[in-house]
Design a protein. Structure first.
Length: 46
């Protein structure tokens, strides 16, 4: 969720948390970290 905030998405709701939990559960840690990094980079935070 922090990566979404870093990407500029601040109006997140419970359904967003649920979707992110499902993504995190389905992927390995390296993939989740890569996605988080790319989201942060997309907004110039990294």
């Amino acid at each position: 969720m922090a990566a979404l905030g870093a990407a500029g998405l601040t109006d997140l709701g419970p359904e967003d948390s649920s979707a992110m939990a499902q993504i995190v559960d389905a992927l390995d840690e390296g993939a989740v970290r890569a996605i988080a990094h790319r989201l942060a980079t997309a907004n110039g935070q990294a």
